[in-house]
Every structure is written in C-alpha cells, then in structure tokens.
Design a protein around this ligand. Sequence first.
Ligand code: AKG
Ligand code: FE2
Length: 345
Amino acid sequence: MTTTTTLAQVYREHPIHLRDIIPLDFNSIRSVPDSHVWPISDDFSSDHQLMVPIIDLKDPNAVKLAGHACKTWGAFQVINHGIHLNLLEEVESEARRLFSLPTQTKMKALREPAGATGYGLARISPFFPKYMWHEGFTIMDSPTDHARALWPTGNARFCDVIERYQKQMKVLAEKLTDLILESLAIFREDLNWDVGSPSTALQLNSYPPCPNPNRAMGLAPHTDTSFLTILYQGSISGLQIFKQGAGWISMLPVTGALVVNVGDLLHILTNARFPSVLHRAVLNQEGSHRVSVAYFYGLPIECSVSPLLKLLDSGENPRYRPVTVKEYVDIKSKYFEEPLTSIRI
Ligand SMILES: O=C(O)CCC(=O)C(=O)O
Ligand SMILES: [Fe+2]
C-alpha cells in the first residue's frame, strides 16, 4: 500500500511544547522581558554599501543574472515578476488585519502542538535560548478553517486574498525555478520531480513595535527548508542576509519587488553551488510594525534530492547523500543547526 505523506504530516511527528508556540501578548507589554532579551549585538544595523542584485524578469539577461545572484548571494530581488502591486498590498493589509486582532481571538487559531498551521511562534523557536519578538501565522492549502475561527461571521475577504496570492505565488515560483534551472543548463527531464505536487506553505510574519529593538530579535538566523522562498516585505526594512566575508547585509525594500531566497533543497541539488542563504529579521528602530509574507516552495515530499552529477566539475565529489524531502524536513526538525552536515558524505 502506498500512502502519500504531506508536509503537515511530517511536522506531526515533531510536536512542539505550547510554551514554544504561544507568542507574548505584545499589546500589553511595556518593556522587553528577560525571556526575550538577546545578547547585545553590534551588527544589528548593517552599514554595508553592498547591494543584493535586483533582477528585472523581463531583462533578456535574466537567466544569467539569476544564476550569478544565486551563486554569489543565495538571494536576489525580482521586479516585473507579474504579481500586481495591488495584490501585494492586499495580502499585507490582510496580514495586518489578522495580527491586529485581540490576543484572545488570535489564540482561537493557535497552532496545535503537533500541528503545522495557524497562529504561533516560529517553528525554529525551541532551538534558541531566548524568544523572538515575533508572531506568525502559517497556512498550508486552504486558509478557511483558521479564518473561520478568527472571523466567524465574515472571512471571505481574507480567504479570497490568500487564495489568489497562493495561486499566483505558485506560478511565479515555477517560473523562477525554470529560470534557475536554465541558468544551470538543467532540464526538468534531468530531475525526478514527477512524484507528486510541490510542498508549499504561506507564512505571515509580524514583528510588533518593540520598546528596545536593539535587545530583541525579530527572527533568528536560519536557512529555509524550501527549494526557494519568495518573500514580500512591504516597505519596512528588517530582513538581513549573511554574506561570507562581509557579514550581515540589509535587504532594502524596493517598492513592488519580491525577495527570492535559495533554500536548502536547491543547495543540495547544486552541491552548494547555489548556497541556501542564512538570513534573519531584525527589529525596526523607528517603532513601526513590520509584517512580511513568505511563500515556501518545496519539491514533492516523496522526491529524492541529491547533487546533480551533471553539475559537478571533474574531480568534484557530491557533498550530500540523497535524501527525500520528507527525510530532510524530518532531519531539520530534529537538528536545526547542522541539517546539511548530517547528510554530508
Ligand atoms: O520577515 C522576514 O523578512 C523574513 C521571514 C523569513 O525569513 C521566514 O519567514 O522564513
Ligand atoms: Fe526564512
């Protein structure tokens, strides 16, 4: 008998303690509690002049530029991506509407300990000694169940915007995947991706105004478990990526642009030629409430991922053993720090 697993089912095997799910009641808090105080870091505000590439998808050189950006940065921003600014603004506004609900209402959609969707802290929280100044809302497939809990009498607008966004993100993620594969001279036929549909998730993030933004962390450094991630961050900065030799670089918001991050699965497939980018979100110094919307695009859960031999230089060995997406998500849920090391050959 074959059973098809879903991403949510993989997460079910890694229950999280409620204390690592329930966010702080940010509305009632006047100072940063010790549980949320991070060691002072002098690198929160990065003054590097380096600029992550902005790629125009209509540029005839887009393929080459995307390949170069993935290789040297593990990230880039895209413009002319085909998603209307209106829809980006609508999804941001729905996210703000959700996070502005009273705490008791948001708690009605709280993620369950063994759950994958709903309101709560980031999944990476248990791996850090301090809590983040963050609340999130995860959607997989249909948003309706949680939306009904949040707005029992009227949730059509939220669901409509989210569903339109999910649909368009999927189209864009596929377009970006084709672009990236083309930059590597890889054809879809070289891959074994026809074993199900892509595993995707939509993550709404909220970073409420913080009384002491230099002592708290928005979202701690991590790489995404996806193949690639498409992030809308509105007009408030906060996202930073780590670049070897340069340190933390701010990803400055560009009106209407979307951030594309290389995720772990693309990292494995390319034998680290396109490295998954370490990134974090720091808090806004001016006390603005920042929200962001991340679309994680992953490969089918049963798909086996390994470095493509076609990409290896002569004498270069594959660094990673083959893993299925399910197995990799499982490993990352257990060993947050070194998931890629644990599959090294
Ligand atoms: O809010 C941001 O800019 C980053 C969000 C992020 O990295 C994530 O949701 O995985
Ligand atoms: Fe991320």
